[in-house]
Structures are given as C-alpha cells and as structure tokens.
Design a protein around this ligand. Structure first.
Ligand SMILES: [Zn+2]
Length: 265
C-alpha cells in the first residue's frame, strides 16, 4: 500500500525560542541533565499537489507578553520556505494552546482540522482554572469559534484522513484533544507529535511534560505514537531544540529543516 502513497517533503520551521526555563518546567520527574531551552515551530507538509500547514504559532505581541524570543513571524518563516500562507488550503491545529493556534488569520483560505474533543476542552469547564486555561489565549479560542461558524473547521473524532498519506490521530493527555499527524515520506512514516511529546526525552524516559490535562493519557500516548512509526527518529517532538540540529537544513535556512530526510546526528 505504501508504494502508491506520495512521499512528502516535511519541514520544521522555527519561529521562536525560550531560554531560562528550569528542567522542572519541562519534565515531571527527575530532570537532571535534561533540556531547558525550548524551541517553537510550525510545520509544513508538501508535494507538487498540495501544502498542509501544521499549527500557526504565535504573534510578536504574544511572545512579548509571555517572554519568548521571537525570531520570525510564522507567515515569514513559511515564506522563506517558498510557502505563501495566503494560499494554503488545509491546516491542522494540533491543539488550541497559545503557542500552536495564534495567527490563524495568516491562513485566510484554510480549512482548520481540529479534534472534537479539543473544541469542547478549550470552551469547557477546565478553562476556569488557570492551570488549564492559562495555556490558551482567549482570542485564539474565539477565532476558532468564529471559524466554526464560518464553516472553516473540519472536525475529526479520533482518526482523520486529510490527504493520501497524511492522517490525524487523537492522543489527548496534554490537552483533551491533542492530535498528532502521521505523514508518509521517502524514509517511511513519520509523526509530527507536537505536544504529545515536547522533547525526545519526555518520550524516551516516559517522563512527561508537567502541564497536562491528563498524565495517564499523556504516558499512554507515548506508546500510541511509537506504534505509528519504526523508530524514535521518526517521531518529531514539538519543542525540542535538537530537531534543528539533528536534521538537514532546507538550503541555507538556519531555522528550517527537512524531517523527511534521515537525521545526520
Ligand atoms: Zn506547545
């Protein structure tokens, strides 16, 4: 079956980073020697027929408010890879946290692919507690509600097939509706794990990121993600700075790497 599937080019595009976090903010259990820096990415999947953007990052204003180092507007870093955000037809929102769903306005023609459970979670009872609601920007959630009413949201209940060789899988855990994207490439299936695994170390050590809706589902999710691919190098964590150093660059762009090629480190 996989012989007939397209081999997509898949990009991680870094638009921001943060230093000065403690490892305890990134790992629930012993975090000795584990990473503290955090990278922020959007991702793109493309072949000659289509471009799919995964997540929309955040704005310069949101970066300032939350003390992150802003490197590029997400639309600009996409443009550096030759992608015109204004023309993109499909975008996956892995979950509605502020660092993944800001800037939806940069994709005026896109249909947004979202899990049913994420919309319910982001507009439901947990959001009254800062531990949960503090990770969302209410304006982004309202933008998504507006997109729903505009007929621009394609809801998925668990599994979704959005193009040949591009599927969505509900994981939950981090937020109730966190989803990952499985993509067929020349090196086999890869998974854009987004915040189902912030760092490879979360996955490898079964040591979850602390800010989660459900710790049990987060830990179960590590196994679900692993079952979708042949090795941990085929899983792309959502915030690991090592993504940028392990994979080959797209041309000379220091903030854009090719995930469809084998890692060099
Ligand atoms: Zn995140």
């Amino acid at each position: 079956m996989s012989a007939v599937l397209p081999n997509y080019e898949v990009l991680a595009l870094r638009f921001a980073h943060a230093e000065g976090r403690s490892a305890k903010q990134n790992f629930l259990m012993d975090a000795h020697d584990l990473p503290t820096a955090m990278a922020f990415y959007v991702w793109a999947i493309r072949d000659l027929d289509r471009v799919i953007v995964v997540d929309t990052g955040f704005s310069a204003a949101a970066a300032q408010k939350r003390g992150r180092d802003f490197l590029h507007q997400p639309a600009e870093v996409l443009a550096m890879a030759g992608i015109d955000a204004a023309q993109v037809g499909d975008a996956v929102i892995t979950h509605l946290h502020w660092d993944h769903s800001g800037n939806m306005g940069m994709l005026p023609r896109a249909t947004f692919h979202l899990q049913d459970t994420e919309m319910a979670y982001a507009t439901g009872r947990r959001m009254g507690h800062p531990f949960f609601g503090g990770s969302n920007q209410i304006e982004d959630v309202i933008t998504m509600v507006r997109n729903v009413y505009a007929g621009r949201v394609c809801f998925h209940d668990g599994f979704g097939n959005i193009a040949p060789g591009v599927t969505l899988h509900h994981i939950g855990g981090h937020t109730d509706g966190t989803q990952v994207v499985r993509v067929h490439t020349a090196r086999g299936w890869i998974v854009l794990a987004s915040d189902a695994a912030h760092y490879w170390a979360n996955l490898r050590d079964r040591n979850p990121f602390p800010r989660v809706s459900d710790i049990g589902k987060t830990i179960d999710g590590f196994r679900l993600v692993e079952e979708m691919v042949e090795s941990i190098d085929h899983i792309i964590p959502g915030h690991d700075p090592a993504v940028l150093t392990r994979f080959p660059r797209l041309g000379e762009h220091q903030d854009i790497v090719r995930l469809d090629l084998a890692p060099t480190l």
